[in-house]
Design a protein around this ligand. Structure first.
Ligand code: SF4
Ligand code: SF4
Ligand code: SF4
Length: 159
């Protein structure tokens, strides 16, 4: 099977996988269990402050991170912009970490692909030789840079 044919098949699987994703990634430095009630009445300066332009508002006006084009650089601009203090520099970075779905990952089906490895500055993605990458949850910061570069959409954020 050609690489492009595999890409088509895995790309389709990836689309299905993305549609199933349900974990919402809240902003870095939000408290665990935060209700975000304050956000509903806020002008949300965190959205325009983000240097990567990944902060969006959901239907309830609560901000979340959209990793569909890039990741969070930890620039802390959202933290600086959040005067109501919903974001506080006292917590771990992002709640959640990335995970590879083996069923969608090309490398788990004997097609060489290292697309996710390069953007991971934490070296949290480890391969077994040329294939079968996994993400080490204890090293992953949840920055999200590996997600949009995966040609088959096999990486999602999980709690
Ligand atoms: S600036 Fe802070 S309070 Fe306002 S929407 Fe963003 S996270 Fe919520
Ligand atoms: S830390 Fe910076 S890049 Fe990350 S979400 Fe906040 S503003 Fe955006
Ligand atoms: S989310 Fe960031 S730290 Fe985690 S595996 Fe992806 S690139 Fe690496």
């Amino acid at each position: 099977m050609s690489t492009s044919a595999r890409g088509g098949i895995f790309g389709a699987l990836g689309s299905l996988f993305r549609e199933k994703q349900s974990f919402v990634v809240r902003l870095p430095y939000a408290n665990e269990g935060e209700s975000f009630e304050v956000c509903k009445m806020c002008e949300a300066p965190c959205v325009s402050s983000c240097e990567e332009k990944i902060v969006r508002l959901d239907g309830a006006k609560i901000p979340f991170l959209d990793f569909s084009s890039t990741g969070c650089s930890d620039c802390k601009q959202c933290l600086e912009a959040c005067v109501p203090n919903v974001l506080r520099d006292e917590k771990r970075f992002i709640s959640g970490h990335a995970k590879i779905a083996m069923s969608s990952c090309m490398s788990h089906h004997q097609t060489v692909c290292f697309s996710c490895k390069e953007p991971c500055l934490e070296d949290a993605i480890v391969f077994s030789g040329m294939f079968n990458p996994i993400i080490l949850g204890e090293k992953c910061t949840g920055c999200g840079y590996c997600i949009s570069v995966c040609p088959s959409g096999a990486i999602e954020m999980v709690a």
